[in-house]
Design a protein around this ligand. Structure first.
Ligand SMILES: [Fe+2]
Ligand SMILES: [Fe+2]
Length: 328
């Protein structure tokens, strides 16, 4: 189905804080929120092979297309090392970064979909989350199809997550049944930073290639619902957890978020190796770049505010956030 995409309206699934508060604390209002999100999934949805004009020549994917070149305000794009590369290599490296993030995105969504199935399996008849969870996993399946198609058409190598993290993803899947609150923090940890990056890129017109822009617009629009649900779920359920599980969240959540933001905001090792990016350049772009720290903290701002609101980052636990460089 073809629906118009307006990334600026994507946040319409989100509500003012007060209204959200009322929504999540009464059963009827919570069910109404989920029914509304589910309805949105019927009337404003996208299909990977119907809503992206893959074979339109204007959308053809050539990794050396100058429109893939990193802009100067991108951390790696700002380095003199990058600016001194030949034009075709600058474009190819930029395309390679997008391809790598899409591969990692598809692998993250794979764990997310499996987790949603685990979560749905345990729900009682009549639970409003059941329908919502299935809509979300169908949407994630279409996102993964778009991402993988983009990777395949680029012809660039993208190994995705290292083996250790792919094995770790299995543990996350099991969490959906045993400790769904931590699972939904994992979901937000993957979705919120990438949502921030895509929204900023769309707003600042950084995505000059139409294929990239179309995929990002579709993703941002549907992710707004996923973010709304995960936040409402956590606002409703975290306060009901026993002290032991809340302590677990206070430690595990910042560690998880720092790791996930790092994955989505820096060049992955495979790209570093392919282009032999010197260590000093990586330091300049990422590790010793105050703007990059600010970017990581900003991409997690909404999540950090949620943790503060839920009492998951009181002193001395805020020190862990600061140490990880993800506090404002
Ligand atoms: Fe997605
Ligand atoms: Fe999502």
């Amino acid at each position: 189905m073809q629906a118009s995409v307006d990334p600026s309206s994507a946040s319409s699934a989100e509500l003012p804080a007060e209204e959200r508060e009322r929504e999540v604390h009464s059963d009827a209002a919570y069910a109404k929120l989920l029914a509304r999100l589910s309805h949105q999934s019927v009337v404003k949805r996208f299909e990977a092979y119907a809503d992206v004009p893959w074979d339109d020549p204007a959308y053809a994917l050539d990794p050396e297309d100058p429109r893939f070149e990193l802009p100067e305000f991108e951390p790696l794009g700002a380095t003199s090392w990058y600016r001194a590369l030949p034009a075709a290599t600058r474009a190819r490296l930029g395309a390679h970064l997008f391809v790598s993030f899409m591969k990692i995105g598809a692998q993250f969504e794979n764990a997310l979909q499996r987790g949603l199935l685990e979560y749905a399996l345990e729900l009682e008849n009549g639970a409003p989350e059941f329908r919502y969870a299935y809509h979300e996993l169908i949407e994630e399946a279409h996102h993964s199809l778009m991402f993988q198609e983009f990777v395949n058409r680029s012809g660039l190598a993208a190994p995705g997550l290292p083996w250790r993290m792919r094995v770790g993803a299995r543990r996350i899947v099991r969490l959906a049944r045993r400790f769904p609150e931590l699972f939904f923090f994992f979901v937000l940890g993957g979705e919120d930073p990438i949502d921030y990056v895509q929204r900023t890129a769309l707003r600042d017109q950084q995505l000059r290639h139409p294929l990239l822009r179309r995929i990002s617009q579709i993703h941002v629009t549907e992710e707004a619902r996923h973010l709304s649900f995960a936040r409402a779920y956590l606002q409703r359920n975290v306060p009901r957890l026993p002290a032991r599980k809340r302590l677990h969240l206070r430690i595990a959540v910042p560690l998880l978020l720092a790791r996930m933001a790092g994955l989505m905001l820096q060049a992955p090792p495979s790209v570093v190796r392919t282009y032999a990016i010197p260590r000093a350049v990586l330091d300049e772009a990422y590790r010793r770049n105050p703007r990059q720290r600010q970017r990581a903290a900003e991409s997690l701002r909404k999540l950090r505010d949620l943790c503060v609101e839920l009492g998951l980052a009181p002193p001395p636990f805020d020190r862990l956030w600061k140490r990880l460089g993800i506090w404002a």
